[in-house]
Design a protein around this ligand. Structure first.
Ligand SMILES: Nc1ncnc2c1ncn2[C@@H]1O[C@H](COP(=O)(O)OP(=O)(O)O)[C@@H](O)[C@H]1O
Ligand SMILES: CC(=O)OP(=O)(O)O
Ligand SMILES: [Mg+2]
Length: 401
């Protein structure tokens, strides 16, 4: 059984075709810096691979390119898209709908209801689902919602201090996101540590970033709240913010609430702080060249990660492992070093040489802690597509029973 998984991130489009008889990856593609003048596009199908830099204006163009690559007569791995048994989506916010769902009108409506809560994610997912439903009619489309992994978080850590009727009636609560990634880290770390009840802090640092405290493979706490705008500063989204600052900003700018929210969702986070770029690579380079705003952006990002890391450590009563994943977590050695600096009294100590030049295995995994560190510190590349493919198979199996 083959499954195509589409992962539409805030800065990227990634896809995989997996053969779920042995979970092997038949094709893998990624476009990063989506919407910028030069997007970086990679694809690997069997022994063939290609890499190009060209503009990819939006996720729609990336989805069309993915279908062309997969069915290319020379290099493709599918004669026809109908060879896949399902198309899975790492869907973000379904509000009243969570878990793993067959995409139908009600699921699309539930996602649309959350468009204003997840403006960078839900509209492109809905568009991709509609495009694929049309282009590959007859193949089940499956939405695996990011919020599903966090349904195990105790109520005390999911509930805002607001009137009960807002929580119960309108589901205003901390939903949490990056569920596929944190679930992958939970599963993989339990294998790597040989300890199913391990306490792991998953640090997903990418275009969007969140931390998750994991115990017994389940989410116990996470940093994102009602929407993926919250928690840590994101690429161009604000992170945690005080709603009572809104009227003051609006008074000064003369802008409406809608305009102000749009700025919080598009012009803040790392972009707003640095005034230069939403991409940490550009910010690090500018900071190294003496740009004070870019240095401040890095300092705020790291300080926020450390604030939440403290919260996660307390939520778990200590950690067996801290795991860095996603674009920045996997590649950003300076951020990893800054996050772990001065924490040896808490039993967390990284080895600067291992951190700068990780001795990775075939999956790109490595430990980067020092010999005296009580908590192990890992780099583990996430595999959100594998989790979504597994969830698709499970849903189809359950339906056939
Ligand atoms: N070599 C690198 N060093 C530091 N950061 C990187 C590197 N490669 C990618 N990144 C960061 O990772 C981010 C993308 O992460 P990813 O998890 O793929 O994003 P998305 O949120 O779009 O799914 C980019 O915004 C970039 O800042
Ligand atoms: C919330 C979410 O799916 O984030 P990302 O943009 O990192 O993929
Ligand atoms: Mg992502």
């Amino acid at each position: 059984m083959k499954v195509l998984v589409a992962n539409l991130g805030s800065t990227s489009f990634k896809y995989q075709v997996l053969d779920m008889t042995d979970e092997s990856c038949l094709a893998k593609g990624a476009v990063d810096r989506i919407g910028e003048a030069s997007s970086h596009c990679r694809v690997a199908i069997g022994d063939w691979s290609d890499e190009q830099t060209m503009p990819v204006p939006d996720h729609g163009v990336a989805v069309e390119a993915c279908l062309r690559q997969l069915t290319d007569p020379e290099h493709g791995c599918l004669k026809d898209p109908s060879e896949v048994s399902a198309i899975g989506f790492k869907a973000v916010h379904g509000g009243r709908v969570s878990g793993v769902q067959l995409v139908n009108d009600d699921v699309l409506d539930a996602m649309s209801e959350m468009n204003s809560a997840a403006p960078a994610h839900n509209p492109p997912y809905i568009a991709a689902m509609r495009t694929l439903a049309e282009k590959v009619a007859g193949i089940p489309l499956v939405a695996a919602f990011e919020t599903g992994f966090h349904l195990t978080i105790p109520a005390s850590r999911r509930t805002y201090a607001i009137p009960r009727e807002w929580t119960d009636g309108w589901k205003i609560q901390k939903w949490g996101f990056h569920g596929a990634s944190h679930r992958y880290i939970a599963t993989r770390m339990s294998e790597l540590l040989g300890k199913p009840d391990a306490r792991v802090i998953s640090c997903h640092l990418g275009g969007s970033s969140s931390l998750c405290a994991i115990q017994n493979g389940e989410s116990m706490a996470t940093t994102m709240g009602m929407t993926p705008q919250t928690g840590l500063p994101q690429n161009n989204r604000v992170g945690d913010f005080d709603p009572f600052a809104l009227p003051i900003i609006m008074q000064h700018t003369g802008e409406t609430l809608e305009q102000t929210l749009s700025r919080l969702a598009n012009e803040c986070g790392l972009l707003g702080l640095s005034g230069k770029s939403a991409d940490i690579r550009d910010i690090e380079q500018a900071a190294a060249e003496g740009d004070a705003d870019c240095q401040a952006a890095l300092d705020v990002y790291v300080a926020e990660i450390r604030r939440h890391l403290g919260g996660m450590l307390v939520a778990l009563g200590g950690a067996d492992a801290i795991c860095f994943t996603a674009g920045i977590g996997e590649n950003g050695d300076a951020i990893r070093a800054a996050v772990c600096e001065g924490l040896s009294d808490l039993g967390i100590e990284i080895d600067t040489v291992k951190n700068a030049q990780p001795d990775t295995n075939a999956l790109g995994e490595a430990t980067i802690h020092s010999d005296s560190s009580r908590t192990s510190v890992w780099i583990v590349p996430t595999n959100e597509e594998l989790i979504v493919a597994r969830q698709c198979c499970q849903l189809l199996q359950d339906q056939n029973q």
